[in-house]
Design a protein around this ligand. Sequence first.
Ligand code: MF3
Ligand code: CO
Length: 250
Amino acid sequence: MSGISIKSAEEIEKMKEAGRILSIVHDELEKFIQPGISTWDIDQKGYDLIKSFGCEPSFLNYNGYPASICISIDDEIVHGIPNKKHILHEGNIVSLDAGVIYKGYHSDAARTHAVGTVSEEAQRLMDVTKQSFFEGIKFAKAGNYLYDISAAIQKYVEANGFSVVRDLVGHGIGKNLHEEPEVPNYKIRGKGVKLVPGMTLAIEPMVNAGSYEVWWLEDDWTVVTQDGSLSAHYENTVLITEDEPVILSL
Ligand code: MF3
Ligand code: CO
């Protein structure tokens, strides 16, 4: 048997609240995205916001991660570490990835924003990444198989001329930030597990404008594109039901 946790009605209520709060945190943080702000300052605002809702930032101290928000600029794919010297400039794209813990339950979501006016390619990359999530969750319902979601994401991204990162994947979520199953954004062998009502998944396409290959930086966290191309990230915590999926963090 798999170790995938199926959430009870009570657990789902807590996860809904964790997701609702996280969506507000993201909406509030978006207002600070402008040229001149440092990623350090965005992280501070994120920490304060999460605390103001009586929640804990899931990422802070997770495996030693030193901040509340992962902030990744341009060719940084994910897990950029907030830094006073990392200043947003007009034309950048910036991904904010955040998680909150509410009454012991996690939510996890990421958004990519434009800093001022960005190139046509950057805008298209952000749009395709976000839409790939919605293409994927068309298959996120009971009776389908996990990799139906993966395949749909990959198909949409590649049809638009971009590539899907392989070395990082989405995941189950609940009492823990990372639970089974892994949720790849590309098709792998087999079908994956059958989707069952009460499963909660963090579905998170990471999409590169160039090739899908990545490098880890010396800080052991920041993941960048090998070819220096732009990358975007879009993620929500999703509840599987008999019917349409419920996006908890939107
Ligand atoms: N959102 C990321 C994920 O889904 C979590 C970041 S790892 C952390 O895996 F260490 F920053 F928490
Ligand atoms: Co995640």
